[in-house]
Design a binder for this molecule. Structure first.
Ligand SMILES: Cc1ncc(COP(=O)(O)O)c(C=O)c1O
Length: 398
């Protein structure tokens, strides 16, 4: 990847920065490897919220069973960019209009998050039928994770007690076809932790289904596969995860699993590339001020981490004054915003950093541009580049 990225970045003019560079070949190979690692009876849905860039979706649609969306906007976007691809619609706080849109679009699954939502849905169905999963917030101890969305009080999904009430509503209405259970409890789980969670979820779901005398044909284990921002070259162990799921499924011969990862699918293919505008010292500490900032790449501010980066040296300095630099010392990489929170990496050691050098931030392919507050301070938006874009004739996707 770096062999392709760095020469490309060097060629970009300063006015073309900041830029997002997506390596579509990397994404294609990665998605194919993820798919290949998963056993039969495990369906792969990509969580579009991580990054719904149309060219990324176009690559992914050949490797996934469908897309998971969490709003009417995402639903519309997927319908128009990838027509015909199955869609699972989840997320809390679905409006009546969004539920209507989902029914009209004929989504593959609706993930029901509350009793109120179920009543709303029932009132709108008319003659139609819909396939649902009930999303549950199971009381499972998660240990230290990057982002917990369940296993503790949260607005996501149903408490097991409420689940029983929803089951009573669903089982009395033949238009609502209950396929099974959905969980998405945390982000940042490594393969062993995710498998342990899967085991607990399946044990619980089987017990719940048996107690209610209902068939359990599907469990969606959510996303949350770890991306380690401190080790950008290391990826989630899909081979171990796939092998573990195969073993788990041996005990559940009639069950299909679904997963819906986002971050771990697209994070690696994206780079946010920019240049050093200024280097200064303040109260003894070095700051590198970059073109752009967290209004383009909010990930480090949102997750409170240092975004991993590589310096691409630029040796074309031709100004008549001494080039500002930081050498072998802690530097804080900040953006152009008038807020102390505009920090991309805090007190990190860079061997050498000079005004005019380029910086390529890694792991910028997920929850990056699309979660950022673009309009703050009205700086220009970055440009978007797609390396190795293969244009596919319309209609050639399955
Ligand atoms: C219901 C649901 N599924 C899947 C995902 C994707 O998670 P990740 O990007 O961590 O894999 C999320 C993320 O918030 C989610 O809320």
């Amino acid at each position: 990847m770096r062999q392709r990225l760095f020469p490309y970045v060097t060629e970009l003019a300063a006015e073309d920065l900041p830029a997002y560079v997506y390596d579509l070949r990397d994404l294609r190979e990665h998605a194919a490897a993820v798919r290949a690692a998963l056993p039969e009876r495990v369906q792969l849905f990509y969580a579009a919220k991580a990054n719904s860039d149309p060219l990324l979706l176009d690559v992914l649609r050949d490797h996934v069973d469908g897309f998971e969306v969490a709003s009417g906007g995402e639903l519309h976007h997927i319908r128009t960019t990838c027509p015909g691809t199955p869609i699972a619609f989840g997320g809390p706080g679905k409006t009546p209009a969004e539920l209507g849109q989902a029914l009209l679009a004929g989504v593959d699954r609706l993930h029901v998050e509350s009793e109120q939502e179920l009543h709303q849905l029932t009132g709108m169905l008319g003659e139609r039928a819909v396939d649902v999963l009930l999303r549950v917030n199971l009381p499972i101890a998660l240990g230290p994770v990057a982002l917990a969305m369940g296993g503790r009080p949260s607005p996501f999904g149903l408490d097991p007690g409420h689940l029983d009430r929803c089951f009573a509503l669903v089982s009395g209405d033949p238009r609502i076809r209950l396929r099974g259970i959905h969980v998405h409890l945390a982000s940042g789980l490594d393969a062993a932790a995710h498998l342990d969670l899967a085991r607990q979820v399946l044990t619980w779901a089987r017990g719940w289904a048996d107690r209610h005398g209902t068939e359990l044909s599907e469990v969606n284990l959510g996303g949350g596969m770890e991306v380690d921002y401190t080790r950008p070259d290391r990826r989630f162990d899909w081979a171990a995860f796939g092998a573990g799921l195969r073993r788990l499924l041996e005990g559940h011969p009639d069950l299909t699993l679904r997963i819906e990862p986002g971050r771990s699918v697209t994070a690696y293919c994206g780079w946010y590339v920019t240049e050093v505008l200024d280097i200064k010292r303040s109260h003894g500490h070095a700051f590198a001020v970059l073109r752009g900032g967290t209004h383009h790449l909010r990930t480090p501010a949102a997750k409170q981490h240092d975004q991993p980066f590589t310096v691409i040296p630029d040796d074309t300095w031709d100004r008549p004054w001494e080039r500002p630099r930081a050498e072998d010392e802690p530097v804080t990489l900040v953006g152009q915003l008038c807020t102390p929170k505009d920090v991309l990496a805090d007190g990190v050691r860079a061997e050498r950093l000079r005004v005019g050098d380029r910086i390529a931030f890694a792991l910028a392919g997920a929850y990056a541009w699309n979660i950022s507050h673009h309009e703050f301070l009205m700086h220009p938006a970055p440009r978007f580049h797609h390396l190795d874009h293969v244009s596919v004739p319309v209609g050639s996707h399955p």
